[in-house]
Design a protein around this ligand. Structure first.
Ligand SMILES: *[C@@H]1O[C@H](CO)[C@@H](O)[C@H](O)[C@H]1NC(C)=O
Ligand SMILES: *[C@@H]1O[C@H](CO)[C@@H](O)[C@H](O)[C@H]1NC(C)=O
Ligand SMILES: *[C@@H]1O[C@H](CO)[C@@H](O)[C@H](O)[C@H]1NC(C)=O
Ligand SMILES: *[C@@H]1O[C@H](CO)[C@@H](O)[C@H](O)[C@H]1NC(C)=O
Ligand SMILES: *[C@@H]1O[C@H](CO)[C@@H](O)[C@H](O)[C@H]1NC(C)=O
Length: 406
């Protein structure tokens, strides 16, 4: 309660500075008791006229209740060319959560900035801005990574000035740029970025946090890898690992020095980064009915990966074996949802999947229920609540999904 009050004072000060747009807009249903929620899920509107983080409470049953929209202090953007599709930033990881640091970070592609918000102690759906957004060190930032300790953040930019940039983080000062961490990807790009090909897709820390990895979709895809020095600065140049066609979202395979990657040019790729083991370097696996498999997530409960195909509105569940061989466990048609960014949260012993249903301008909540047993638990419409709250939410622009439990 005490820290909530401190955040309230800090927020009151920033409300005075920000004239338009509105700092916060309630989207909570009247009379809903938020005392019994166990966590929250966050995505962003990514609107050019003002980017808002939209938070929803997670109940003990895994279901969502919309809470509010908070102005990020920056603008969203949509990549080129027109007509615009539902994949505005060509990326995964535009919104990130640090459980250890208890904060949410997001990119503002239209302002070339990164914002951070503290997660309230008593209500995880309540966010408090920490300072002002900071420069992303380039143009059209589209993805960010947070280390496990929750005191480092790195961003990748996809525009004319593209590449990575890293920051120290603490709750009192927010983000502080780390010297010698702005590094170019040397892509010939424009601002806004022209994609999806020829753009970076996601930035992640390696499992040991000694390297920074960016997936780049070029037709002949690759990972760009920088070494991270002890002071947080980056090696001046990057090394590359080739593979896949349009490598998009990345997830480390538990217990392996290998990355599972959604690839809309193929289906998915498995990149093996451990040259000491006799495993194939990179394997690209076609997925039946592949339309645009770009986003992915992993469930500890099922031990499986899930691929989101936005074009055909299908989730494919994949199991990866010890020798990095893999099989498609099951495919789930999702009607007209059009799944984009997705996050899995563990509530008690159960995993739930929170998906941005871009084509439906909504959210889809699924219950993992063990291997091969994914079921839709809840669908939330965003159109009517946004209209009632006078908040612009457009299916072609919405991006990001991250959760916090605790
Ligand atoms: C927060 O980070 C800034 C910049 O690195 C630093 O100057 C400041 O001392 C830190 N504050 C705390 C409380 O750690
Ligand atoms: C960059 O791309 C533009 C547009 O395709 C092209 O005209 C230009 O020659 C390229 N520049 C370089 C240095 O490759
Ligand atoms: C991987 O290969 C092993 C040995 O052939 C097999 O037992 C296992 O089921 C396979 N796993 C997957 C996920 O295909
Ligand atoms: C499938 O998951 C549901 C919960 O979503 C659970 O009630 C059911 O027992 C599970 N079925 C199997 C066969 O594991
Ligand atoms: C949604 O955004 C797209 C551009 O991203 C624009 O063309 C379209 O008119 C917008 N739709 C509404 C209802 O505002």
């Amino acid at each position: 309660m005490k820290s909530s009050m401190l955040f309230t004072l800090a927020s009151a000060a920033s409300t005075v500075l920000a004239s338009t747009p509105t700092e916060r807009i309630s989207m909570a249903p009247k009379g809903f008791n938020f005392d019994f929620t166990v966590g929250a899920a966050y995505f962003m509107t990514n609107e050019a006229s003002g980017n808002y983080l939209v938070s929803s409470s997670v109940g003990a049953d895994g279901k969502l209740t919309l809470y509010e929209a908070v102005y990020t202090g920056g603008n969203g953007a949509h990549g080129l060319p027109a007509p615009f599709g539902v994949d505005g930033l060509f990326s995964q990881g535009s919104v990130g959560v640090s459980p250890a640091g208890r904060f949410v970070a997001n990119v503002n592609a239209g302002s070339n900035t990164v914002s951070v918000h503290a997660i309230d102690i008593s209500n995880p759906a309540q966010l408090w801005p920490i300072g002002k957004p900071v420069s992303s060190g380039g143009e059209f930032p589209n993805s960010l990574a947070i280390n496990k300790a929750g005191n480092r953040v790195c961003v990748v930019n996809a525009g004319a000035v593209n590449g990575v940039s890293c920051y120290k983080f603490n709750l009192s000062q927010g983000l502080t740029p780390i010297p010698n961490s702005i590094r170019s990807l040397k892509l010939n790009q424009t601002t806004p970025a022209n994609g999806p090909a020829n753009t970076p897709s996601q930035v992640i820390f390696s499992a040991d946090e000694k390297q920074l990895i960016v997936s780049v979709k070029t037709g002949n895809g690759y990972l760009a890898i920088w070494d991270i020095n002890t002071d947080g600065s980056l090696s001046s140049t990057f090394s590359t690992v080739s593979g896949g066609a349009l490598p998009f979202s990345m997830i480390y395979i538990p217990g392996e020095n290998a990355i599972f990657i959604a690839d809309p040019g193929v289906g998915y790729d498995v990149f093996n980064l451990d040259s000491t083991k006799a495993k194939t370097a990179t394997i690209s696996v076609p997925v039946a009915g592949q339309g645009a498999i770009c986003w992915s997530t992993y469930s500890p409960q099922s031990g499986n990966f899930y691929l989101m195909d936005v074009r055909n509105s299908i989730i494919s569940e994949v199991n990866v074996g010890k020798s990095l061989n893999s099989t498609i466990v099951k495919q789930y048609p999702l009607g007209t949802d059009g799944p984009l960014d997705t996050a899995v949260a563990t509530v008690g012993k159960h995993d739930f999947m929170y998906t941005l249903a871009a084509k439906a301008t909504g959210l889809t909540v699924l219950s993992v229920g063990g291997p091969g047993n994914l079921t839709v638990l809840q669908r939330i419409d965003l159109v009517a609540p946004a209209k009632a709250a006078k908040l612009t939410i457009n299916s072609t622009n919405v991006q990001g999904m991250a959760t916090f439990i605790g």
